[in-house]
Design a protein around this ligand. Structure first.
Ligand SMILES: Cc1cc2nc3c(=O)[nH]c(=O)nc-3n(C[C@H](O)[C@H](O)[C@H](O)COP(=O)(O)OP(=O)(O)OC[C@H]3O[C@@H](n4cnc5c(N)ncnc54)[C@H](O)[C@@H]3O)c2cc1C
Length: 356
């Protein structure tokens, strides 16, 4: 019998798989390509919410843990996917400049906000009110990270490239059986795919579609990620990512002309340079009604070997390692989960009569 079956190979599945590997647990990952938030993501980590000058939920704790996690994972796999990248907020008025300094003085913010505003030196960037730089920011190349981990899992015969068939799961008293696999526990990490999961689709996962453009602007020569009407993220070689959109109705991963036009318009508000759109991608962020992750054991005692790791919203890079470790220590060491992300907060929504 192995320790875990992990369903999904996005940030949630990857973070749990890496945590399990580092703790010498045996597991199999099963994943298809139905969702792709983690591959679409720009992979930016930044503890601040730059729109409102607030700290993201548990950001300081998550950042410290995530940096150790990605460092160890890079060392173990012998690859680099964490790239330090300055992030600067273009301030739009004197009032915003003042807000920057007011926030900077609050406890904990000083670590992440630069005390000196930057003057704009790029003639193609419109920033008459200077820029506020965020410290300790960067970009995880999620595509490369996933590719390297999956390469290892495939070699070790720990990866099945297929859709999980929920009807084939047998839940026994102390273990689960899935086809010819017997495991102590199963971790569902399907992103927005959770909507198809009969054990966990009662959870209030909303799903927010996001689209990015890739542009080629060789003259721009900007090395910082800039946040203004949208994000502009340098990828190197004259290429940039521009995004992302937030849409709540459309739950497909198809790109749209509306998003392309919206992003071009937003970009032109703060950039005055010729560029060519070379690509467009879309995915669904697994967002939750109360903006907290969905982590933990199934509330029905009959399904106590079933766990969920989801609801990372728009901050999977920082939340992933933190939530995966919390879930792992809940299962292996019976440590209680942070109540704000524990799915027990939605236990009353579980329609227990549906499952025999
Ligand atoms: C446009 C956009 C930009 C973003 N930018 C950032 C960013 O800069 N920084 C940041 O931190 N976060 C960002 N995010 C958010 C981040 O991408 C998500 O929080 C995170 O990727 C969610 O990871 P996940 O593993 O839960 O879901 P996913 O990445 O969607 O992974 C789910 C996996 O499960 C698989 N799966 C689903 N159902 C089944 C099934 N039945 N059988 C088998 N496999 C299944 C899917 O195919 C997929 O492999 C962005 C998201 C979007 C959409």
């Amino acid at each position: 019998m192995i320790d875990y079956v992990i369903v999904g190979s996005g940030l949630a599945g990857i973070c749990f798989a890496e945590t399990a590997t580092q703790n010498e647990k045996r597991f199999v990952m099963i994943s298809d390509h139905s969702q792709n938030a983690s591959l679409v993501a720009a992979g930016i980590y930044n503890p601040l919410v730059l729109k409102r000058f607030t700290m993201a939920w548990q950001a300081e704790r998550q950042l410290d843990l995530a940096m150790r996690f990605y460092y160890r994972m890079q060392e173990r796999l012998g690859v680099q996917f964490d790239h330090k990248l300055p992030v600067a907020r273009i301030l739009s008025s004197v009032e915003e400049q003042n807000n920057w300094f007011v926030t900077l003085d609050k406890p904990a913010f000083g670590r992440f906000m630069s005390a000196d505003l930057l003057s704009n030196t790029n003639s193609f960037v419109k920033a008459p009110h200077q820029l506020g730089e965020v410290k300790e920011t960067g970009r995880i190349d999620t595509v490369k990270m996933r590719e390297c981990l999956l390469e290892e899992l495939i070699k070790k015969q720990q990866f099945l490239d297929e859709s999980f068939d929920y009807s084939a799961l047998e839940v026994k008293a102390d273990y689960i059986v899935y086809k010819d696999i017997k495991a102590r526990n199963i971790i569902f990490a399907e992103g927005y795919g959770l909507k198809q999961n009969p054990w966990f689709n009662y959870l209030p996962l909303v799903g927010t579609k996001g689209e990015y453009l890739s542009i080629y602007a060789p003259e721009l020569k900007e090395e910082k990620a800039l946040k203004s009407a949208c994000f502009l993220i340098p990828l190197g070689g004259g290429y940039y990512k521009v995004g992302a959109t937030y849409k709540w109705k459309d739950k497909t991963s198809k790109t749209t002309i509306e998003a392309r036009e919206e992003l071009i318009q937003k970009l032109q508000k703060f950039i005055s340079v010729d560029f060519e759109v070379v690509d467009q991608i879309a995915g669904i962020r697994p967002t939750v009604t109360d903006r907290r992750p969905l982590v933990g054991r199934h509330p029905d005692f009959r399904f106590k070997q079933l766990f969920v790791l989801n609801g990372f919203g728009s901050r999977g890079v920082l939340i992933g390692p933190y939530a995966a470790e919390a879930l792992f220590t809940q299962i292996e060491k019976h440590h209680p989960l942070d109540a704000q992300m524990d799915i027990s907060r939605f236990a009353v929504h579980w329609p227990s009569h549906q499952m025999k």
